[in-house]
Design a protein around this ligand. Structure first.
Ligand SMILES: [Zn+2]
Length: 383
């Protein structure tokens, strides 16, 4: 079954959109947040946990999976779904962002990105064709083109060079696709330069991609720049194809981007914060490690229905975090993923009911109120 996107409703007062996309492994409601499963595993969470948090689609990282376990393992298992037992949709990135994170150890040429494996030192050339070949072996439902992501602080000339190479690589990726059941998304680049963002969106939307990502953000620009460029690019993308803001972000970032017409998100924050003993709650970001919580018999969030909040007092979560017990990391990860999924559900409902502006205003006001009282409260922080 090939990929399709159905724009179900546009909010009457904002640019927020309510839709769904269909893949060979099921239908996903948008706007959607995708938990990140870097190594074909959402950190600390097994299939039951992913079911508990009602994740509809997860993300895998092509770069890491290429290095370990490698393409042959995915070919042996017939793809990531049978390998990890996850039967719902999977999106894979192309490896471009991870290459960006290795400036000392990689070389970008017209052909691709050459780098050494951090696993065994082997030399790899990640070309657009190799990235598609690997994503085909992984069998993801949505593949991404290889792009050259550079820092948002790069100058206009450098940014233009990277954008133009990204465009040539996007067309090579499209030509390298062999399966009709895997969608392929292009990535709009152009840094913080409006003319380049317009050129990139103009160019890529003329070709037969199934969706479009807004890349090169959350890499050094200001929050205002990120929001302005998200709004600009989203406004230039086709109405009837999904829009994906890569690697973003905090709950506040998601609210701002949905407001500007974005449909898809991924971020490591829910699991990364869990490892640090931080939980998103209806009273703000909650730190479980302060000693004052040692005797707390309260739930993490009285307004949360997740298994962690239903079964464990904060004093226990505090103890696990202090002992660096993996179970403590997992319990907070479950809670944080539920927080994100419930936020997306509330946004979807608000769009359906044409009250997203009200939801946006009220949610921002509630987060500002949290920020106002946080100095008097040692365990809560702003969203
Ligand atoms: Zn909870």
């Amino acid at each position: 079954m090939s990929f399709s996107f159905n724009l179900k409703h546009e909010d009457a007062g904002t640019r927020a959109r309510r839709g769904e996309f269909r893949t060979a492994h099921g239908t996903v409601q948008t706007p959607v947040f995708m938990p990140v499963g870097t190594f074909a595993s959402v950190k600390t969470m097994d299939l039951k946990d992913l079911a508990d948090v009602e994740a509809e689609i997860i993300l895998g990282n092509t770069y890491h999976l290429l290095l370990r376990p490698g393409q042959a393992v995915f070919e042996k298992f017939g793809g990531i779904h049978d390998f990890m037992g996850w039967k719902k949709p999977v999106l894979t990135d192309s490896g471009g962002f991870q290459i960006f994170c290795l400036p000392e150890h990689r070389k970008i040429t017209e052909e691709g990105a050459a780098f050494r494996s951090y696993v065994n030192g082997d030399l790899f050339l990640l070309s657009p064709e190799k990235s598609i070949e690997m994503q085909t072996a992984i069998g993801s439902d949505i593949m991404m083109v290889l792009d050259w992501c550079i820092e948002s602080t790069s100058d206009h000339a450098q940014t233009q060079v990277a954008m133009e190479l990204t465009h040539r690589w996007a067309l090579r990726s499209l030509a390298a696709r062999t399966r009709t059941d895997q969608a392929l998304f292009a990535i709009v680049q152009g840094g913080v330069f409006e003319d380049l963002r317009r050129r990139s969106a103009d160019f890529l939307t003329q070709h037969a991609f199934d969706g479009f990502a807004i890349g090169g953000l959350a890499v050094g620009e200001t929050k205002a720049e990120r929001e302005d460029h998200t709004e600009l690019v989203a406004s230039m993308l086709p109405k009837y194809k999904p829009r994906y803001l890569m690697g973003v972000g905090t709950p506040a970032d998601l609210l701002e981007a949905v407001y500007r017409g974005v449909d898809m998100f991924d971020c490591v924050i829910p699991t990364m914060y869990a490892q640090r003993g931080v939980a998103y709650t209806s009273r703000g970001r909650f730190h479980v490690t302060p000693t004052a919580l040692r005797m707390s018999d309260e739930p993490l969030d009285a307004n949360c229905p997740c298994p962690t909040c239903c079964n464990y007092p904060v004093g226990y979560l505090h103890h696990l975090a202090k002992c660096k017990e993996p179970t403590g990391w997992r319990l907070l990860a479950i809670h944080n993923q539920v927080y994100y999924q419930r936020l997306m559900q509330r946004m979807r409902t608000a769009i359906e009911q044409d009250r997203f502006q009200q939801f946006y205003d009220e949610t921002k006001a509630s987060w500002l109120a949290i920020a106002a009282v946080r100095s008097a409260d040692p365990v809560h922080d702003t969203i």
